[in-house]
Design a protein around this ligand. Structure first.
Ligand code: PXL
Length: 278
């Protein structure tokens, strides 16, 4: 397996164990060169903290990409997460079309909300722009809330397989090639990941921990990207990432409300990528 180079585009939340503070160590642990393009710098993430600061980096992103253009800096995959302004979506689209090596992957986590609600910084216009980015992606990684926002469906707490298949059909009609839907739960005891691609549908069901933990989406997408870059199929990468997130939540006491203690679970992720799942 050759040495891959991934660019991840998302914010720096200085405190809160999410976005780049998670993506960079997790993807690096998977043996992949990890380059970063920060979309914003926040004092904390936006869930549960009052009065957080946010420095938008839309113009810096453009300047950085312009410099990369001049240096011919390219990537094997680009994975975008939390973007702080709809104009940044245009920059990510531009990176997709100009800075990827042949066969390079466009991976979009359309970070916008959870549990049926949008995160504070977003609105309908942002969701419309994000729909356009997802249309250009090889893989999208929405949770059920984000899938509903993208598909223009009313969010539901309870649903069945046909609802989930309908969501996936809408997202694939947009143009996304593979859809990895997280937090898909058909009963109180289990949850899972549903993968939809040209090679068929796949559902990995696992134990559900009844606790909402912030940052698990970023952990999942980062581990998924790292596993994918090691040649795993989307199905295997989804399983590795789901098991890693479960392990991380198990390692996090309920009192640690703002994030997930993922650091000591990195060795088991490395083992899953390099030893167990060969
Ligand atoms: O984990 C997603 C995320 C990333 N970055 C910021 C956030 C959130 C979710 O709330 O607020 C700034």
């Amino acid at each position: 397996m050759d040495y891959k180079r991934v660019l991840t585009v998302q914010d720096i939340s200085c405190f809160g164990q999410c976005s780049l503070a998670v993506a960079s160590p997790v993807i690096s642990a998977c043996g992949v060169e990890t380059c970063v393009l920060p979309s914003a710098v926040l004092s904390t993430h936006t869930m549960g903290f009052k009065g957080y600061t946010c420095r938008d980096l839309t113009q810096d992103m453009r300047d950085i990409v312009k410099h990369w253009d001049s240096q011919n800096i390219n990537f094997d995959a680009v994975y975008s997460g939390y973007l702080s302004d709809a104009r940044q979506i245009e920059t990510v689209k531009q990176i997709f079309s100009t800075r990827l090596r042949g066969g390079g992957l466009r991976i979009v986590d359309p970070v916008m909300g959870d549990f049926g609600r949008m995160y504070p910084a977003f609105d309908g216009a942002f969701a419309d722009a994000m729909r356009g980015l997802c249309a250009t992606a090889d893989v999208i990684l929405p949770n059920v809330t984000e899938a509903c926002l993208l598909a223009g469906e009313e969010y539901r707490e309870r649903y069945d397989e046909s609802f989930v298949k309908g969501l996936a059909a809408s997202l694939s009609a947009l143009g996304a090639k593979q859809i990895v839907l997280t937090g898909v739960s058909y009963n109180d005891d289990s949850t899972g990941v549903a993968v939809f691609s040209q090679s068929g549908d796949f559902y990995y069901s696992h134990r559900r921990i009844n606790r909402s933990c912030h940052g698990t989406g970023d952990l999942f997408s980062s581990a998924f990207t790292g596993a994918l870059m090691n040649g795993k199929s989307a199905e295997r990468a989804a399983r590795i990432a789901a098991d890693f997130v479960l392990d991380c939540i198990d390692s996090t006491p309920a009192s640690h409300w703002y994030g997930v203690r993922f650091e000591r679970c990195l060795p088991s992720l490395i083992e899953a990528v390099f030893v167990r799942d060969r």
